[in-house]
Design a protein around this ligand. Structure first.
Ligand SMILES: Cc1ncc(COP(=O)(O)O)c(C=O)c1O
Length: 410
């Protein structure tokens, strides 16, 4: 029986995630994976989680509250923590500006429903986070693809997209997934100005913001918009909506993320979330809250030092072993290095060989583009392997690329 004629247009437009498909192959323990953009489970704060759970169990009322239905907006102390943490001199956040979601992924889903419908023009970087493209794709928008350079989206191309009528711009300004690039402060300021000039909503995805290794990133678009508008104005005139998550710093399985937005947007999101799943797991929100309230800065500091070593090991090995014709990004945070193979080389075919000959996995870059392109690009993640394993893996992958380059020329 064919279900195709029964599916809605939205259902038909859903794309399979290349990464999720790839993760299935990676269950093979013999494969050395630089594919998944996942945190290292060895760095999960397991002991603190145990303590927080015991602490909840010792308080019968709280313990029951953790298992009861609760409000859609989220666990009040956690919302307050997010609000306080993101309040700036110009913009005071209240818990009414914060919605706790099932990961940042759900924030994207709710925001896509609020702002996009078939044909809505949305500007996205080329390349950008595949999971966002998956979500947006279900709304069948019109993509206005914005070319990037080593500093993120190009301003001239972004302005063209805004002029062409973009209603929304989705961006990951810090240590982008997948490109690894960070937008510098002057470019960020200009993006905020342009958004106001052309009246474009900005969805700022700050998923990797806390994972900086060579000094903190520039102020966020949310912070800069506060400066641009002046004290107290964001609540009335803000166009920047920021998404955050506990997945990259704490544990993804908590499924705790959030949206920071002016209240009229939050109110719409709350209604939609209610229709979607009523609320995010209260127990998980309590655990996230406990982890954020105690020693969170020390914890992220430890993550930074471990990941920094891995990032440096990867960059150093690529510098040493990759042929000169291959270019790669030099991220200062996050989890990813973006590789551009010489024109004409195909990263999908390279992956087949890498799996077959070297038992090494990465993600071909094509999937991160909102349309065609990127066949010669790939994403490497340095988050889960030790520096030695990274050095060995990069040496072998580089040797394979070198062999392929020679073959292509021959
Ligand atoms: C840029 C970006 N945004 C959002 C997400 C989703 O995160 P969460 O686990 O909070 O749903 C990811 C996960 O990889 C991501 O890379």
């Amino acid at each position: 029986m064919s279900w195709d004629d029964k599916f809605s247009k939205d259902a038909k437009s859903i794309r399979a995630s290349e990464i999720r498909e790839l993760l299935k192959i990676l269950e093979d323990p013999g494969i050395l994976s630089f594919a998944g953009g996942i945190p290292d489970p060895a760095l999960f704060p397991m002991e603190q989680v145990k303590k927080i759970r015991m602490d909840i169990e010792r308080q019968p009322d709280l313990d029951r509250q953790a298992m009861q239905y609760s409000q859609t907006e989220g666990y009040a102390p956690l919302r307050q923590w997010v609000a306080d943490r993101h309040t700036t001199t110009e913009t005071t956040l209240e818990s009414g500006n914060i919605l706790i979601t099932n990961g940042a992924q759900q924030s994207l889903t709710l925001l896509a429903t609020i702002f996009l419908e078939a044909g809505t023009p949305i500007a996205v970087a080329d390349p950008t986070y595949l999971g966002a493209l998956q979500v947006f794709g279900t709304r069948r928008p019109e993509y206005l693809r914005v070319e990037t350079d080593e500093n993120g989206v190009r301003l001239d191309r972004l302005e063209e997209a805004f002029k062409a009528g973009a209603k929304v711009f989705y961006t990951i300004p810090d240590f982008q997934n997948p490109g690894g690039m960070t937008i510098p402060e002057d470019r960020r300021r200009r993006i905020v100005e342009l958004a106001h000039q052309y009246d474009v909503v900005i969805l700022e995805d700050a998923a990797y913001r806390a994972l900086y290794y060579d000094g903190p990133p520039p102020p966020s678009l949310f912070e800069l918009e506060g400066q641009f508008l002046g004290e107290g104005q964001w609540q009335k005139a803000g166009l920047v909506i920021q998404l955050g998550t506990a997945s990259k710093t704490l544990m993804p399985a908590l499924r705790v993320g959030w949206t920071i937005a002016p209240k009229p947007i939050l109110e719409k999101m709350v209604l939609l979330k209610q229709a979607n799943d009523l609320h995010t797991s209260t127990l998980n929100q309590m655990i996230a809250n406990g982890l954020f309230q105690k020693d969170f800065d020390e914890h992220t500091q430890r993550l930074r030092s471990v990941y920094q070593e891995r990032k440096d090991a990867m960059l150093e090995a690529l510098r040493q072993h990759l042929p000169n014709s291959v270019r790669f990004s030099t991220p200062t945070g996050g989890m990813f290095v973006w590789v551009q193979l010489p024109e004409g080389m195909n990263a999908r075919r390279l992956l087949e060989k890498a799996l077959d000959e070297e038992k090494i996995a990465f993600v071909p870059g094509e999937a991160f583009f909102a349309g065609s392109g990127g066949e010669n690009t790939l994403r490497l993640s340095f988050s889960t392997c030790s520096p030695d394993v990274i050095r060995d893996g990069m040496q072998r992958l580089s040797a394979l690329i070198q062999r392929e380059c020679v073959e292509k020329v021959a």
